[in-house]
Design a protein around this ligand. Structure first.
Ligand code: PMT
Length: 400
């Protein structure tokens, strides 16, 4: 089963008797490491109190589309963008019809329309309602649009009827929802990813570095592991938890990163360099703390090795993907790096914007290779990573 650690999940609750089981779903998702928010329709609040869901999730429950206070916090579009998965359980016949018709008459319906996340529904209704051609037609349409349908289960229903329409058991829902993250696109492939900044020491106290948080590289490592790859994450100093199922090598300087990269790339199928490697290091590191008496301090720097270029030259069989962090003429400079570093693809990242790139949760990039250029519009780094891993897997498989 795929890991749910660090996955952001919105549990959408609509108005059916099975709503009481949503509380258990929230708890179990959290037990599996997911970060959960709850959105309830007005109908759901007739069956289970928002306070219960708030106490369980640890966050205020979102329900009103026109709630000024909620919109001032995480507004509905932000919430839609935040999620990796929208799991609607229970999903009533009425709510699925709303989804099919693209209506945005509740907060949950608006989030469904706006979200780039994976979507799953666990239908729950009377067996007659489930069997009605209109319901079956709606389920079919949702499925064709990429919504995962979990269940329903069959058996005795709350109304006394027997038949299909009961919401699936929480365990089954969670198992199937977590399986949605597992694409198998890179099953058995070895993927090496560099992430975070490097630090170049000046003396025992000081160093030069940059603003890389590691978020992009760590999200890519998670997405690659979800795709079935054996992942080695070579990381400079960051404050992030190592993603499940990834081998982690901690490094500090560009030289350390080069040594680890050359070693790990020997058997790599794919090498992805998100790391913001310091381009220069001090010619000599002072043994003692540099005194601060002088008005002007001069330190001589020398060029660090180009890690991805060295790896590309040494291991020609690996599919090499670089990132280009640029603040002007982004695509042109990225194309230059694609050539000079002899890469298979480069991902151009405009780092002049504060809402994407360094240290933000979102990113927007352009994929550039010898015969294509694709823009991936702004989305969460988690979502972007899934899309980029699908892109990389497609290109890798074309070549092999
Ligand atoms: O870590 P986050 O806060 O999430 O931010 C993500 C990011 C902005 C760091 C990331 O998306 C990104 O753009 N990474 C590339 C950073 C960078 O150093 O770009 P560059 O244009 O200087 O380098 C081009 C490529 O060469 C990169 O793949 C880089 O890893 C590699 N490189 C650079 C210098 C060097 N000495 N060795 C290298 O391998």
């Amino acid at each position: 089963m795929c890991s749910l650690s660090n996955k952001r999940i919105i549990v959408g609750v609509t108005g059916g008797i099975a709503a009481y089981k949503s509380a258990e779903i929230v708890r179990r998702l959290q037990d599996r490491g997911a970060d959960v928010r709850v959105v309830m329709t007005p109908g759901a609040e007739e069956f289970i109190r928002p306070l219960t869901m708030q106490a369980l999730s640890g966050y205020p429950v979102h329900s009103g589309l026109l709630d000024e206070k909620a919109e001032a916090g995480m507004g509905h579009i932000e919430l839609a963008r935040w999620a990796d998965l929208l799991l609607i359980a229970p999903a009533t016949a009425d709510f699925m019809a709303t989804m099919v018709h693209g209506k945005a008459d509740s907060l949950l319906a608006a989030i469904y329309l706006a979200t780039p996340a994976l979507v799953a529904v666990a239908p729950a209704m009377n067996q007659g309602m489930w069997r009605h051609p209109a319901s079956l037609d709606n389920v079919e349409k949702l499925s064709q649009r990429g919504v995962t349908i979990i269940g329903p289960d069959s058996g005795i229903q709350a109304c006394g009827d027997t038949g299909p329409g009961r919401m699936e058991q929480p365990d089954t829902i969670i198992e199937q929802a977590s399986g949605m993250f597992s694409t198998g696109l890179l099953q058995g492939k070895k993927v090496v990813i560099t992430a975070g900044p490097t630090r170049e020491a000046l003396d025992p106290v000081r160093y030069i570095s940059n603003h890389s948080s590691g978020k992009m590289g760590y999200a890519l490592a998670t997405a690659a592991a979800d795709a079935g790859a054996d992942v080695i994450l070579i990381s400079g100093p960051v404050n992030l938890l190592v993603p499940d199922r990834c081998q982690h090598i901690s490094v500090v300087s560009a030289n350390d990163m080069l040594v680890a990269s050359l070693e790990c790339a020997k058997t790599a199928d794919i090498f992805i360099a998100t790391a913001a490697v310091a381009d220069y290091r001090a010619v000599s590191i002072s043994e003692n703390k540099i005194k601060s008496d002088d008005k002007v301090l001069t330190i001589n720097f020398e060029k660090n090795p180009d890690i991805i270029r060295t790896v590309a030259a040494a291991h020609k069989s690996a599919f090499m993907v670089g990132f280009a962090a640029e603040s002007t003429d982004v695509e042109n400079y990225a194309k230059g790096k694609l050539k000079t570093k002899a890469l298979d693809a480069i991902i151009a990242n405009d780092i002049s914007r504060s809402d994407i790139g360094f240290n933000s949760d979102d990113n927007e990039v352009s994929w550039i290779d010898a015969d294509s250029s694709i823009t991936f519009s702004k989305r969460s780094k988690a979502q972007l990573s899934r899309d980029l891993i699908a892109q990389i897997a497609g290109k890798y498989n074309d070549q092999h």
